[in-house]
Design a protein around this ligand. Structure first.
Ligand SMILES: C[S@@+](CC[C@H](N)C(=O)[O-])C[C@H]1O[C@@H](n2cnc3c(N)ncnc32)[C@H](O)[C@@H]1O
Length: 282
């Protein structure tokens, strides 16, 4: 049973002074989602994603994304509903469409690299042996700068209810080169221009009042702080989205900012978190 809380003086409940701790909040309101997440990777969810999930790097030295399926699961549960069409324009290892289908949504994924697409399709086949929900995973190969055309031609739809993705963080991680591969762009501002083209297309294909979540991080280049989370927010706002929520997500592999003495000598902190940025399509 929830108790009445006096919001004028939030520390008084039923006439008694209380400290609003996690326990008292849970007792009064039930389970709440906090804005700092520290999720471990569940083995059963990791097992759904890909056989190669334990290896960050492929034999060729290219990167397979490390997106935590538990983070993706929580986002999909909060910002979408059962039966929704959920799209990831930057598919990579396929975490997002796989988790979407697993959670009763229709999981749509796209990547510009045919090898990544083929791997996810193979994973879909493996999942289908035991899980009928895997039939709701749909994958395409194309350049996300044309994502509006791709969803029309490949998935025969015009709009989606939710977008969730972890985009390339400029060229911080190396992906397989392909025509349209935006992580191949050497100039950061040029990269941002193409990134914006894709975000604008996403605005056009998301239904009004629905959400888009981008999981991003900041990084350093030649000792300089690159505020990629800030640039992502600026681009989404410019394209017409409203900022809806920001979550700090603790990551256990702080590889992208460099480690060791050098970082302390430069008076920098070692980044141990990423941002889960959620926008509303107005
Ligand atoms: C950080 S990964 C995506 C992580 C992914 N959301 C996951 O679940 O693991 C970035 C991906 O974006 C893809 N990419 C880069 N440029 C693209 C473009 N123009 N269109 C589609 N995909 C692109 C890369 O090939 C790479 O696989």
């Amino acid at each position: 049973m929830s108790k009445k809380i006096n919001f004028v003086n939030r520390s008084v409940m039923d006439g008694k002074k209380i400290i609003l701790s996690h326990e008292t909040i849970k007792d009064s309101f039930g389970e709440m989602v906090y804005s700092v997440w520290n999720l471990t990777k569940s083995k059963n969810l990791m097992g759904l994603v890909n056989d190669k999930s334990e290896n960050r790097y492929t034999e060729e030295g290219d990167t397979l994304s490390e997106l935590n399926p538990d983070t993706v699961k929580r986002c999909i549960e909060i910002w979408s509903d059962k039966g929704d069409l959920v799209l990831d324009p930057f598919l990579n290892r396929g975490t997002t469409p796989i988790m979407s289908a697993y959670l009763g949504r229709i999981g749509l994924g796209n990547d510009v690299v045919q090898e990544y697409v083929d791997e996810v399709l193979q994973q879909k086949e493996r999942l289908l042996e035991k899980n009928s929900w895997a039939k709701n995973i749909h994958i395409s190969c194309g350049d996300a700068r044309k994502i509006d055309k791709i969803i029309k031609e490949e998935f025969v739809i015009d709009k989606v209810e939710y977008v969730i993705s972890s985009p390339p963080f400029w060229n911080v991680e190396k992906y397989v080169s392909a025509e349209g591969q935006i992580s191949d762009i050497s100039d950061y501002n040029e990269f941002l221009r193409d990134y914006e083209v894709i975000v604008k297309k996403l605005y056009d294909i998301i239904k009004p009042d629905k959400f888009a979540t981008f999981i991003v991080n900041d990084f350093r280049r030649n000792g300089k702080y690159i505020w990629f989370s800030g640039d992502t927010i600026k681009i989404f706002l410019k394209c017409g989205f409203e900022l809806h929520d920001i979550v700090i997500n603790v990551v256990r592999t702080p590889h992208i900012s460099g480690i060791g003495d050098a970082i302390m000598k430069r008076k920098q902190t070692l980044k141990y978190h990423e941002y889960v940025l959620t926008f509303k399509r107005t």
